[in-house]
Design a protein. Structure first.
Length: 232
């Protein structure tokens, strides 16, 4: 089991590996998500009790799995199972253990902020890449459709945060800033990049949604046509 998790986290899990998941993988994934969730907030001075307990991260993987499940079902991916998605998404939580490293204990606060920003970027890219590899190896989707499945839910979440004006708070919490920002700060350039990506997600969500709808209509019509031919 742990051998599979290591291969998965290092992008070496095969289609056969990914299709033979057990309940034990889900249990380990949820435990990892819980521990990482606690690690993210253990030194946060004003986190809520549920955040200290890591329950927010656990709830997040259940919700994110549901969003991806709906997205895949919309494209008529019949082999998609919610429990399978939940297992793999929970296992992508392990790289976020980087957030728990108390870098502020052995460097200046500004240096710690910069390091935590890099941790944020590394973890985000790592987890997205892991899930893209999983989708491409597990489902009957070409590269374009796999990219659509990845982008639509993520853009929807980021765009929602943008509209609610929460992107600043989310970035500061995940990057470990904890309200320590001043004007100016060395992380202003990194924050500008994140804000730019957020704005691009907000702008690009509608075109991605339109492409997804067109792809969904095409795949459902193809299914109906194939069933009609089989019934002749």
């Amino acid at each position: 089991m742990f051998n599979f998790i290591f291969r998965y986290l290092t992008f070496r899990a095969s289609h056969s590996d990914l299709s033979h998941l057990e309940k034990s993988h889900l249990v380990i994934g949820l435990i990892g998500t819980w521990l990482v969730g606690m690690g993210r907030y253990w030194d946060h001075p004003s986190a809520e009790i549920l955040q200290y307990l890591g329950m927010g991260s656990v709830a997040y993987v259940f919700c994110l799995s549901a969003v991806f499940w709906v997205t895949l079902k919309g494209l008529n991916v019949s082999e998609c199972r919610y429990i399978h998605l939940l297992t793999l998404i929970s296992l992508t939580s392990f790289p976020a253990a980087l957030y728990a490293i108390p870098v502020e204990r052995f460097m200046t606060i500004q240096s710690a902020i910069d390091v935590n920003v890099w941790f944020l970027l590394i973890v985000a890219v790592w987890r997205v890449a892991l899930f893209y590899i999983y989708l491409s190896r597990s489902y009957t989707l070409n590269g374009s459709l796999t990219l659509l499945v990845m982008l639509l839910p993520l853009m929807a979440i980021v765009s929602s945060l943008f509209m609610l004006n929460l992107e600043n708070a989310v970035f500061e919490i995940m990057a470990g800033m904890h309200g320590q920002r001043s004007d100016p700060t060395p992380n202003d350039g990194a924050y500008a990049i994140v804000f730019l990506l957020t704005a691009l997600s907000y702008i690009g969500f509608i075109p991605i949604l339109i492409m997804y709808i067109i792809a969904a209509i095409f795949r459902w019509r193809k299914k109906v046509d194939d069933e009609s031919i089989e019934n002749l």
